[in-house]
Design a protein around this ligand. Structure first.
Ligand SMILES: *[C@@H]1O[C@H](CO)[C@@H](O)[C@H](O)[C@H]1NC(C)=O
Ligand SMILES: *[C@@H]1O[C@H](CO)[C@@H](O)[C@H](O)[C@H]1NC(C)=O
Ligand SMILES: *[C@@H]1O[C@H](CO)[C@@H](O)[C@H](O)[C@H]1NC(C)=O
Ligand SMILES: *[C@@H]1O[C@H](CO)[C@@H](O)[C@H](O)[C@H]1NC(C)=O
Ligand SMILES: *[C@@H]1O[C@H](CO)[C@@H](O)[C@H](O)[C@H]1NC(C)=O
Ligand SMILES: *[C@@H]1O[C@H](CO)[C@@H](O)[C@H](O)[C@H]1NC(C)=O
Ligand SMILES: *[C@@H]1O[C@H](CO)[C@@H](O)[C@H](O)[C@H]1NC(C)=O
Ligand SMILES: *[C@@H]1O[C@H](CO)[C@@H](O)[C@H](O)[C@H]1NC(C)=O
Ligand SMILES: *[C@@H]1O[C@H](CO)[C@@H](O)[C@H](O)[C@H]1NC(C)=O
Length: 555
């Protein structure tokens, strides 16, 4: 395979053009306004566009998803309002089938300097990156820096790993001496020993070693610039030496969210405060489950507050309620109303939302590997209830950001706790989004709920999921008709123009213009052609690329 650094030299001019025109090295602040759709490349879309090709998740074999297939289904992702996509690790993995399958997930690295050919070619990946950036979407790459992989297929990894097969770490001196993790809660043990087993050994990189650190950082920098990658997910960050995690982050200088699968607030916040700026918010994830499967509302309200007290910046964490490692919510409770409530919280609370492919289709795989369903089998149904819900939630989140660029930084706090309801607010006074969640489920009947704290008395607010206006009464109570356990989301009615919701077109309005000119401000923004759609962004990229090309030619 062609080495990435050779490609990089050959394409130097193109990189600079791409770099100026797109979003490379997006900062944490830029990521905060984004919303990520997490794909698993092998299971998202095939090059042939098939919606019937079988995929037996239990067998764990490659099912045929590709970067090219994904390019052809970006409308499906963007149709929900996502503006960032995460893909599986891209590098070449070990080939071959063992009792639990093949390396379809990308977590069994063999050669850092080659691509996983099951997913496509160098050109396919470049095209995917370009296609995303042309839509003003970011590209996040899942990344393994903890280990390499070797199939021992039953033999003892202590004696049966042929390190010379691994690139570039081709001798045992690049790895910790073999030991099996005996205590996953002992961090020393979990970081020095191997996460694999005696079927697929995962030789644990000696990341305390300067040469290993430098090789990994240089590799990542190369890949990031070659493919204009905007952010990384760091797989198994808990198992990486934390000092290296910090050095790696400083070297690549790009937004990274690192997987530390722990529910203790202190652990996650210790990582954020010392080693890596963002992590998936596992403590709040577990609290969400308590709220929406057990009806324990106070657990969620309390955890939201505790995270804020301990973490340096909760708004930089990633907010999720499903991923490829945990049981899907529908497998714990099939109720559609609860699925809507947990999604509403995931998308509107603090942090960068990261929604795992298939949650929008209410898939119900009960944990790995059954939660890695092929999305094509759902026929990419854009009429699915949760698909449409996500579109509305991303739209109000983006609109709140449009009206206040600090919106992502303003922390969420609880404003209401009922026996089976929870209210949260995010945003500065006057421009806040208020969500009212229910843990009752679809069978619950209609009742009126009085929320004492929401907006100031007299404010007309739109419930954006149903497009109904309510007026906050003189006692500052918002009386909300609840029904069938559905969530409610409120925003000031006079600030709705430009949101793309309730029949209103999307327009790049400002808060000041809306306050002074009302709905006319949105019409003015539209008629000026100040739009946020993909076409205008593609044009902008093109112009910038041409300018960049001229500059390169001149100097
Ligand atoms: C999937 O594969 C497993 C393991 O080989 C097998 O037991 C199961 O019947 C298969 N499921 C389907 C739907 O074919
Ligand atoms: C592993 O062992 C199984 C059972 O003997 C065999 O079917 C399979 O082909 C082996 N896989 C590899 C990659 O050697
Ligand atoms: C490891 O790779 C390097 C660079 O390709 C090579 O010079 C060296 O001989 C290899 N070492 C082993 C043990 O295969
Ligand atoms: C944790 O693991 C390390 C390395 O495996 C070991 O030396 C140490 O004794 C363990 N600590 C505890 C408290 O078990
Ligand atoms: C709710 O969760 C909290 C925090 O986990 C726990 O202390 C409390 O006992 C739970 N309440 C109920 C009713 O289970
Ligand atoms: C809701 O009601 C239906 C029909 O009465 C019943 O089958 C179902 O079990 C109920 N669900 C819950 C979560 O109580
Ligand atoms: C809720 O309040 C409205 C307005 O006062 C009233 O029309 C409606 O009947 C009430 N709904 C229920 C379920 O009590
Ligand atoms: C809600 O209020 C806004 C602002 O007053 C108004 O423009 C809009 O038409 C109202 N929507 C509905 C559904 O009544
Ligand atoms: C929206 O308008 C603001 C200023 O009015 C401008 O800074 C921003 O770049 C515009 N955004 C888009 C996507 O056009």
């Amino acid at each position: 395979m062609v080495s990435m650094s050779a490609l990089r030299h050959g394409l130097g001019v193109l990189y600079l053009a791409g770099w100026l025109g797109s979003s490379l090295a997006a900062t944490t602040e830029q990521w905060k306004s984004r919303s990520i759709y997490q794909t698993m490349t092998d299971r998202f879309a095939r090059t042939d566009g098939s919606t019937t090709s079988p995929c037996n998740t239990t067998e764990g074999l490659y099912c045929g998803g590709t970067w090219r297939g994904m390019i052809n289904h970006l409308d499906y992702i963007q149709g929900m309002g996502f503006d960032a996509v995460m893909i599986s690790p891209i590098i070449e993995n070990v080939e071959g089938r063992v009792e639990y399958g093949e390396a379809y997930h990308g977590y069994w690295p063999l050669d850092l300097y080659s691509l996983n050919s099951h997913f496509g070619t160098h050109q396919d990946l470049l095209d995917l990156s370009d296609a995303l950036h042309a839509r003003d979407m970011y590209l996040m790459m899942d990344t393994v820096i903890n280990n390499m992989a070797y199939i021992t297929n039953g033999s003892d990894p202590a004696t049966h790993i042929d390190y010379s097969t691994l690139t570039p770490f081709n001798s045992s001196s690049y790895y910790h001496p073999y030991c099996k993790i005996t205590d996953w809660n002992n961090y020393t043990n979990a970081q020095l020993c191997q996460t694999g087993d005696n079927i697929v050994a995962l030789p644990d990189l000696y990341t305390e070693h300067a040469e290993v650190q430098e090789t990994l950082s240089n590799w990542a920098k190369d890949v990031i610039s070659t493919y204009s990658i905007d952010g990384l997910r760091i797989d198994a960050a808990k198992h990486v030496n934390p000092g290296f995690l910090k050095n790696f982050g400083d070297a690549v200088d790009i937004f990274m969210t690192g997987e530390v699968l722990q529910q203790e607030v202190s652990t996650i916040c210790d990582y954020q405060n010392n080693y890596i700026g963002s992590l998936p918010n596992y403590p709040v994830y577990y609290a969400m489950l308590k709220a929406f499967t057990l009806g324990n509302t106070s657990a969620l309200a309390t955890q939201v507050q505790e995270m804020k007290n301990s973490c340096h910046d909760v708004t930089a964490l990633s907010s999720f309620s499903e991923n490829h490692d945990v049981a899907r919510f529908a497998s714990m409770n099939p109720d559609m109303a609860l699925a809507k409530n947990i999604l509403t919280f995931t998308l509107l609370a603090d942090g960068v939302p990261m929604i795992y492919q298939g949650q929008e289709q209410h898939l119900d795989g009960p944990g790995s590997p059954k939660n890695r369903e092929a999305i094509w089998l759902t026929e990419y149904n854009t009429d699915a209830e949760l698909y449409k819900l996500i579109g509305k939630l991303n739209a109000i989140r983006k609109h709140a950001y449009r009206l206040d660029n600090h919106y992502p930084d303003v922390q969420t706090y609880p404003v209401f706790e009922g026996g089976s309801e929870l209210g949260f607010r995010k945003g500065v006074e006057g421009r806040q989004v208020v969500m009212l969640l229910s843990t009752q489920g679809t069978n619950s009947s209609a009742y009126n709920l009085s929320m004492p704290v929401s907006f100031t008395g007299g404010t007309v607010v739109t419930e954006i999921l149903n497009c109904i206006n309510y007026t906050v009464n003189a006692q500052s109570e918002l009386v909300v008709p609840m029904d069938k356990g559905e969530p409610r989301v409120f925003f000031p009615a006079d600030l709705m123009p430009g949101s793309g919701l309730c029949g209103l077109p999307v327009a790049n309005v400002t808060y000041a213009a809306l306050k002074t000119q009302g709905a006319a401000a949105a019409e003015a923004a539209l008629s000026l052609g100040i739009r946020t759609d993909a076409a205008s962004n593609a044009l902008l990229s093109l112009v910038l690329s041409v300018v960049a090309g001229l500059l390169v030619g001149m100097w």
